[in-house]
Design a protein around this ligand. Structure first.
Ligand SMILES: C[S@@+](CC[C@H](N)C(=O)[O-])C[C@H]1O[C@@H](n2cnc3c(N)ncnc32)[C@H](O)[C@@H]1O
Length: 391
């Protein structure tokens, strides 16, 4: 992705489409969960979507960007017959004036003209930092929220981000894109480079010496800064050259949330994308390799050996908080992505081998008919399941 964008909005590169798909599915799920629960507070049941780096709303080739994807997703949620959200506010912040003009033009067709519409859109033409008072005010009267930060390169200031959002409750989710390669390019640089890295993600220049460590440190930094969040899960996304996706850990998409369901949906989408790419023409020559060491299973055993008995929620939290590599997922897939389906497969294996005992009522954990493990989808279900390692 270019550092600044004379041609960014012409046509999305393939990796940007991947980012947008993960973004759309995650927002959709967060809205659907919020929409199932009614009348949370005196404000009714309201949701606020904030796009800190909104862009133009649409690429010149017609592909939708995050602001219009978000608006369409919110409109669909409101129309859903099960929806209990009474109000959705979108705040779209874009600092470049010509981008803001295009955004206003592009989004106008998607905004409902009905004055009673439950979805409202506000476009702020400024640096997002200058919109913080307005953003905080809106978040403080919204039950739910979703904040998307999608800079080109290293423009995000993580301390400003912390300052804007650390006070907000558990029911808000944060999705942040880091350009990991842009950060790594600063390695070996002087104090100025260190300052850019520190400002963008709050880590030291030396922490980038090894990719996995660098990714983990960014994750840790976000978790500490948004310290009320249970998960700060990050998945690596590749880049593309001449429309071909590379096999690389280039960008880092971090989701901070307290919802087991949202994190699980985020990982499910990531897995779906990896499978589709494997099945596509370009990557077919690289079948998934059998992972003899079964990375996820090994991680589970390590957690269980150290902390048994442990609740499913606590164990999954630790697995979710580990770094997920694009490169390794393409190689081994399900042994690296800790969604409920893969955790359950691994646990079932341990259970069948008599290595774990699971205390949970049948309907929480087993499919009654086939004796197979059920996918655990909610915090409350995950909390009720205790796992004891008997190795
Ligand atoms: C990668 S683009 C966003 C693309 C958008 N999320 C999409 O999917 O279409 C980043 C945008 O952030 C804007 N930007 C950069 N720094 C900003 C800041 N401090 N506040 C607000 N917008 C900013 C840039 O002008 C650019 O349009």
């Amino acid at each position: 992705m270019p550092n600044n964008s004379s041609n960014f909005f012409d046509q999305p590169r393939n990796h940007s489409l991947i980012k947008l798909r993960v973004f759309e599915d995650t927002l959709k799920l967060a809205l659907a969960i919020a929409g199932r629960i009614s009348g949370l507070s005196e404000f009714g049941n309201s949701f606020c979507y904030i796009d800190l780096f909104a862009g133009q709303g649409k690429y010149s080739d017609g592909t939708l960007g995050s602001p219009i994807i978000a608006l369409e997703t919110c409109n669909r949620q409101i129309e859903n017959s099960n929806n209990k959200l009474t109000k959705i506010d979108l705040i779209l912040v874009e600092k470049d004036e010509s981008n803001t003009i295009k955004l206003k033009e592009n989004i106008s067709d998607y905004i409902e003209s009905d004055v009673n519409s439950k979805v409202s859109v506000e476009i702020i033409s400024d640096e997002w930092e200058l919109a913080i008072p307005k953003i905080k005010k809106k978040l403080s009267v919204s039950d739910w929220g979703f904040v998307f930060a999608d800079p080109f390169s290293t423009e995000l200031n993580i301390s400003h981000f912390e300052n804007a959002f650390k006070l907000f409750s558990d029911l808000k989710d944060y999705l942040i894109l880091f350009n990991f390669q842009a950060l790594r390019r600063l390695m070996g640089g002087d104090k100025v480079c260190q300052n850019i890295i520190e400002k963008c993600c709050g880590i030291n220049i030396e922490d980038l010496d090894h990719s996995e460590k660098g990714f983990r440190k960014i994750q840790e930094s976000i978790r500490n800064k948004l310290n009320f969040k249970k998960y700060a899960t990050g998945v690596a996304i590749t880049s593309s050259r001449k429309e071909k996706l590379l096999i690389s850990d280039f960008f880092f998409l971090v989701l901070a949330t307290s919802s087991f369901a949202v994190i699980n949906g985020f990982l499910d989408t990531y897995e779906k994308i990896i499978i589709e790419i494997k099945q596509s023409q370009t990557q077919r020559s690289l079948p998934f390799e059998p992972d003899e060491s079964n990375e996820l299973l090994q991680k589970i055993i390590t957690v269980l050996k150290e902390q048994s008995p442990i609740s499913y929620e606590e164990m999954a939290m630790q697995l979710h908080n580990s770094f997920i590599s694009w490169k390794r997922a393409l190689q081994f897939l399900r042994y690296t992505i800790p969604n409920s389906k893969n955790i359950n497969d691994a646990l079932y294996r341990l259970y069948s081998e008599g290595k774990v005992r699971i205390s949970a009522s049948e309907n929480l954990f087993y499919r009654r008919t086939k004796g197979k493990l059920k996918i655990v989808k909610t915090n409350s279900a995950a909390r009720k399941i205790q796992i004891r390692y008997t190795g």
